[in-house]
Design a protein around this ligand. Sequence first.
Ligand code: NAD
Length: 479
Amino acid sequence: MENRNLISGEWRGALDGSTFGVCDAATGREIARVPHCHEMEALEAVEGAANALGAWRSRSLEERAQFLRAIAAALRSHEDQFAHVITAENGKPLSEGRGEVAYSADYFSSAADEALQLHAINIRSRSELRVLRAHPEPIGVVAAITPWNFPLAMMARKTAPALAAGCTQVIKPAELTPLTALLFARVLADLGLPPGVVNVVTGDPAAIGQAWLDDGRVRKLSFTGSTRVGRLLMRGAAEQVVRLSLELGGHAPFIVLRDANVAAAVDAAVAGKFRAAGQTCVCPNRFLIADEIHDEFVERFVTAARLLPVGRGLDLATRVGPLISDEAVARMRRHIDDALAKGATLRTGGSTIAVEGCVDRFFAPTVVTEASSRMVCFQEETFGPLAPIARFHDESHAIQIANETPFGLAAYVFSEDSTRLAAVSEAVNCGIVGANTGIISDAYAPFGGRGWSGFGREGGRWGIEEYLSWKYVCTGVHG
Ligand code: NAD
């Protein structure tokens, strides 16, 4: 497997030859070493992207769309290989790894469709003495910094629209999951993507990120990750006035109204909460259940949570894999202990499960009831398989609790009454609503948050807009 970086079309190591280890998330054993790059390599990648920009942006829309379609097809045909790499370094079940590959390919298909729409637009002028036109131009060289929880999809969301818009790109994947990014780079190179159009650099996050923000040629940074790092990057982007898209942390409420289909809501809760062992930014983090159906929901949900097989991602029966780090396990424990100390009741889970030959990071799906806003789990993103449940008496109270947070990424609402479903969907303060569903991502829709969850959208035409700078040309008409 390719472990070197792709810079200006060349496979390279760090200038000083240093590397860092990548571990199997389930066993903790080192499976590869990749270059530990710093500022110099980061700037060489920018140089490569800057050199490639002129030719790439001059390609016809159809040519760019053809490349995007070819990338989508290549991802689909390499699904098995990608899924195994994702499962190895991230730990998620193989079926979820496969789902991530298909989802990533959709971003390239969607961007190919949208690329064909990038024409100049005539604007109606009130004056006959002027002709107005707006031209969609690529921003230029763009950077992407991505997290470990979706090693392929978070990159696909950034690379697909960037290439569609005519931008060239430098990417830094997360240190925990760089192998998927390097496989992606290999696939792009094998497809004949011109040198420098996409560059992948692994290594010191702060040094690479700051080098890109300070350089002046990087005109946009798209970041997915924690709110803490998002803030740092926002400060760093000020000097060169670098445009930003920030997809940050979430804290999604999951609201079930009294007239909901409880069985369907439970299915959605299980799928949304325990996918990726609760390590997605849109995982429900706070469950708000109407009094009338609370006990039935809890009983069904706890029964379903207990039945989820926990184990290695490579084991085909597994539904819940390991957490990514010891810190993630410690955070789960801290949130559970705090909730129990403040009056919550543990219904299932609460500790790790031993898996032979593996690290002690397999946390049992955990449900606590009698949760409240005083508890840390109702104030912070847990990013793990903990479902804290509170009951509510009236809808307005549920909406008030749901909106009691500076985060605003996703929310879920369940009701069989379409009017109430629509009203609560409108009242929750966030960027994405799952109405009677727990699975909301779609490559053709605008994904993104508000407040501390960031800004900017990924997917469909909204995703491409983030990589465009519209030029307005006003032409005078004489005589
Ligand atoms: P993180 O912020 O620690 O790391 C994300 C990326 O930032 C990694 O590539 C890391 O190397 C890099 N990084 C770290 N410090 C940096 C620095 N000083 N300068 C430049 N880059 C730096 O986040 P994480 O732990 O990898 O991911 C989990 C977080 O991501 C959660 O909060 C989750 O909600 C969020 N997330 C959000 C979305 C979304 O679409 N909103 C999607 C997935 C994950």
